[in-house]
Design a protein around this ligand. Structure first.
Ligand code: SAH
Length: 232
């Protein structure tokens, strides 16, 4: 069964957005994955179709109502749906390639996009929503975050990337950032491609790439190499 994404949002017209282009767009047309949106507002029960209310305890902004959101979740993901229920949230566990791989190996995902100040905590608890963050900054809504999550998932689904080999050498896959890339022309603005890459010595090329990957990782992301000795 193809990967099935269901997005709960107040802005379904934002989808598929950029996911409708390029590799993910072609894969969507082929049926390698599917995308369904659910308008949360359709589950509001009052005349004004209200989805939010003021925060208990006071303060700025509005909060997504638990009753309306729960109705939307229950219809989108009835009991027996094995897909994880995710909530895009800056308070969530930061997304990693490891989590992306695990999600891509599953049946799909039900993804709730927050708006305003966020969603009522009780619906997070009652429906077992897993909060997922795409980084330490605040977006105005969960939709772009959900698209980024799906982009990362879809590109590694079976059949989506033409060249099966790209993907295995990438940043993070081996716990390292990727080595630099070069292509023709051989000399550009006086800068040459490193000689080893055009030497034809595959062993030497692999050695160089690994050394470059280690150098870049140490320089830019020592946190990826594990706990570092105290320097103080
Ligand atoms: N008041 C909240 C931020 C709300 S931003 C707080 O301080 O935690 C509105 C919505 O945008 C959130 O409910 C969430 O769905 C989405 N969002 C914002 N930043 C995000 C991030 N870094 N990762 C994932 N989702 C995010």
């Amino acid at each position: 069964m193809a990967f099935r994404a269901t997005i709960l949002t107040l802005y379904p017209e934002m989808f598929p957005g950029f996911l409708g282009q390029s590799l993910s767009g072609k894969a969507l047309l082929r049926g390698d994955w599917s995308l369904e949106t659910v308008q949360i507002r359709d589950f509001a029960t009052d005349r004004h179709r209200t989805v939010d209310d003021t925060p208990a305890g006071g303060g700025a902004g509005m909060v997504l109502k638990p009753d309306v959101l729960a109705q939307a979740i229950d219809q989108a993901s009835p009991e027996g749906d094995a897909r994880p229920r995710l909530l895009m949230s800056p308070r969530g566990r930061p997304l990693t390639q490891q989590r992306v791989r695990a999600l891509a190996a599953g049946e799909g995902a039900v993804i709730v996009c927050g708006r305003f100040e966020g969603v009522d905590q009780r619906v997070i608890d009652a429906r077992g929503l897993e909060e997922v963050s795409i980084g330490d900054y605040i977006l105005s809504g969960g939709e772009p975050a959900a698209m980024i999550l799906l982009d990362a998932i879809v590109r590694i689904l079976p059949g989506v990337m033409g060249n099966v080999l790209s993907g295995v050498h990438e940043s993070f896959e081996g716990g390292l950032l990727e080595h630099p890339h070069y292509t023709r022309p051989q000399v550009w603005e006086g800068r040459e491609i490193p000689a080893v890459l055009t030497s034809g010595h595959h062993g030497e090329i692999e050695k160089w790439r690994l050394a470059e990957a280690r150098r870049l990782t140490e320089e830019r992301r020592p946190d990826l190499l594990g706990p570092q000795p105290e320097t103080k």
